[in-house]
Design a protein around this ligand. Structure first.
Ligand code: GLN
Length: 185
């Protein structure tokens, strides 16, 4: 069984934890750097990226996350934190609240790569990808723009898969965790 940390300083960490437990993972709510030791993966949830960034600096978690070597899944604000302009772990540049004020929050059916069944995407003041490196793979798009991407051991979503009953995106993250554990073993 995998042990997955969920960064629990601000935002939607409870919903991620509940979904991961439903899938059989052991979950640790992470608020201190030493809680990252021994984890098989980490989720950085949505919320308010400026608040999360400030709190992880305050708690000494910024360097600890930079040193962490297992897979990381960032959603919404978590995607912002991982981009080139913040922790710089994923080869992406994103624009905060990039879908504008009028349609700041919306839902849309997305096509998930390798899957026939549409995936309901819940977008809440979502970041928009403005540039991506050559290694980054798109796993789902909205109106031709990438909204679920993978860069090596990183998975990022501009929407909120933890807010629906559909567990497929979290399942993909757990698959990535298992693959990486085999590579590192
Ligand atoms: N707009 C938020 C930010 O910039 C992200 C929104 C979210 O995570 N739902 O941090």
């Amino acid at each position: 069984m995998e042990t997955i940390g969920v960064l629990a300083v601000q935002g939607n960490f409870r919903e991620h934890a509940a979904m991961l437990r439903r899938l059989g993972a052991r979950v640790v709510e992470v608020r201190k750097p030493e809680q990252l030791d021994g984890l098989d993966g980490l989720v950085i949830p949505g919320g308010e990226s400026t608040a999360i960034m400030r709190l992880i600096r305050l708690y000494g978690l910024e360097e600890a996350i930079e040193r962490f070597t297992a897979p990381i899944f960032g959603t919404c604000a978590g995607m912002i934190l991982l981009d080139r302009n913040h922790l710089g772990l994923v080869d992406l540049a994103v624009e905060r609240n990039g879908y504008g004020r009028q349609v700041a929050s919306f839902e849309a059916d997305l096509r998930l790569e390798g899957d026939e069944e549409p995936l309901r995407g819940v977008f809440i003041r979502a970041p928009r990808v403005v540039d991506e490196g050559p290694e980054v793979q798109t796993l789902a798009s909205y109106e031709g723009e990438p909204v679920l991407l993978r860069d090596g051991r990183f998975l990022v979503a501009s929407f909120h898969p933890e807010l629906t009953d559909d567990t497929r995106v979290h399942e993909r993250f757990l698959e990535l965790v298992r693959q990486e554990a085999n590579v590192r073993a």
